[in-house]
Design a protein around this ligand. Structure first.
Ligand SMILES: Cc1ncc(COP(=O)(O)O)c(C=O)c1O
Ligand SMILES: [Zn+2]
Length: 430
């Protein structure tokens, strides 16, 4: 019998699961509850059998040097010793995401009055968002657990990444999205899979449906449901890369978009792991979360001084961040408060302005999530919540070509002319 995705009970012992090969999850030792610390064996589990808290990957002894990492491939597998993946991960077909550019954003910094500003540009990943990172880790888990189907509920980018990675790995994919999703994000999935399922409802409805299917169907790996602990670890690579690209040190401040909140919590976890492994020096840093006003349950709780998240029904052009009931929202609150950061939100008009600001200052065309992050950065400076004299990083998590409609009415040809110099001269552009 193999370790399957059909088992619904969770054993509490941590012995090796039948059907799992040795080292299937690398240095990972167990799954540990974020709330009560209870541990369960490595397998397709995501909720604590004791308290229903979220499970996350716990590791055994790990030792890795900067030199070993630097000698690795120019993708996320250079950090494989710190991920729940086998040592031979590079040999199984995957999209090899990561090691994206960290751009010094001098023009944007000057515009906003920030002395040192960097943009971690994850729009250049294989399917043009940071989701390729998490999906690569989820794919490894799905493979090791002998999944038959690779699936996800998605706000768009995740579906693109799952569909592409599944195609490359030769595993059947089924991706679920809200039916009102931007057309380019639908096409960007449908080119890779014949099983794109559009659901009449919000992302939160789609997510609920996915959990139901995961309970009914055997052998389905839903990347952000039953293999979520492994999936989420992939976002740590953003934090690892930022530190490595800064010359093995942490920034003073970082601004990260928040949908479920998973990415923000994992970038923080990555910084903590680098410190505890002795790969960077310990120092204070502030973490800031960015949301769109039309779906800002975490920002609302932050501003109200509350510890719980009140779910909302999203109403925003920022569909990639439109999760009304964010699974990791309370952890985002904790991290932003503990580090001295904040969670802020901006209107859809500010998001559009943020997209154009990043494009025109740095030549980076971001999607609405990055517009949100850029606009929140501006607001944080203007409201005195972010210190412009401290070194700051923002993460651009996605690509503007997927959300063209957001700015299509605001930009276009400055003039339409006949092909003659006289006609051009008359435009006044020269
Ligand atoms: C482009 C983009 N940025 C950020 C996020 C937020 O990620 P998380 O759910 O980990 O908070 C998403 C999630 O779908 C996304 O698509
Ligand atoms: Zn628990």
């Amino acid at each position: 019998m193999s370790a399957t995705l059909s088992e619904t009970t969770q054993d509490t012992d941590t012995t090796t699961r039948p059907g799992l090969r040795d080292g299937a999850f690398g240095n990972a030792r167990a799954l540990s509850c974020r709330e009560c610390g209870h541990e369960v064996e490595l397998g397709p589990f995501y909720a604590c059998p004791e308290c229903f808290g979220p499970l996350e990957v716990a590791y055994g002894e790990r030792a890795v040097t900067r030199e070993e990492i630097e000698a690795g491939p120019p993708n996320i597998w250079r950090y494989k010793a710190l991920l729940p993946v086998p040592t031979d991960i590079e040999s199984s077909p995957n999209t090899e995401p990561g090691f994206t550019r960290l751009l010094e954003a001098r023009n944007l910094g000057r515009e906003l009055g920030i002395d040192t500003l960097w943009v971690k540009d994850d729009s250049t990943n294989p399917t043009n968002s940071f989701k390729d990172r998490v999906v690569a880790c989820a794919l490894s888990a799905a493979r090791e657990l002998h999944a038959k189907v690779f699936a996800c509920p998605s706000t768009g980018n995740l579906a693109n990444a799952v569909a592409a990675a599944g195609a490359r790995a030769g595993i059947k994919t089924v991706v679920f999205i809200p039916a009102d999703l931007e057309k380019p994000k639908q096409v960007n999935s449908a080119v890779y899979t014949d099983s794109l399922v559009a659901v009449n409802g919000t992302y939160d409805d789609v997510n609920k449906l996915a959990s139901e299917i995961a309970g009914e169907e055997d052998g389905w790996a839903f990347v952000n449901v039953n293999v979520r602990p492994y999936y989420a670890e992939g976002s740590k690579t953003l934090g690892f890369e930022i530190a490595e690209q800064l010359g093995w040190r942490l920034p003073d401040q970082i601004v990260i978009p928040v949908a479920s909140g998973s990415q923000l919590t994992k970038v923080h976890k990555a910084f903590q792991e680098l410190v505890s492994l002795g790969l960077v020096e310990d120092k204070p840093y502030k973490v800031f979360g960015a949301q769109a006003h039309g779906c800002s349950p975490v920002s609302a709780a932050y501003k109200a001084g509350e510890d719980t998240i009140r779910p909302v029904r999203p109403d925003t052009i920022v569909k990639s961040l439109a999760i009304g009931n964010p699974a990791d929202g309370i952890y985002v609150l904790d991290i932003c408060r503990q580090t001295g950061g904040a969670v802020e939100d901006v209107t859809d008009d500010e998001v559009r302005a943020g997209i154009l600001l990043l494009a025109r200052t740095e030549g980076v065309f971001t999607e609405t999530a990055g517009g949100t992050t850029t606009a929140v950065l501006r607001k944080l400076v203007e409201t005195g919540q972010l210190d412009p004299s401290l070194e700051t990083v923002i993460i651009n998590t996605g690509m503007g070509l997927k959300t063209l409609d957001a700015v299509a009415d605001q930009v276009g040809a400055a003039a339409t002319i006949d092909p003659s110099y006289t006609a051009f001269a008359a435009t006044g552009i020269a």
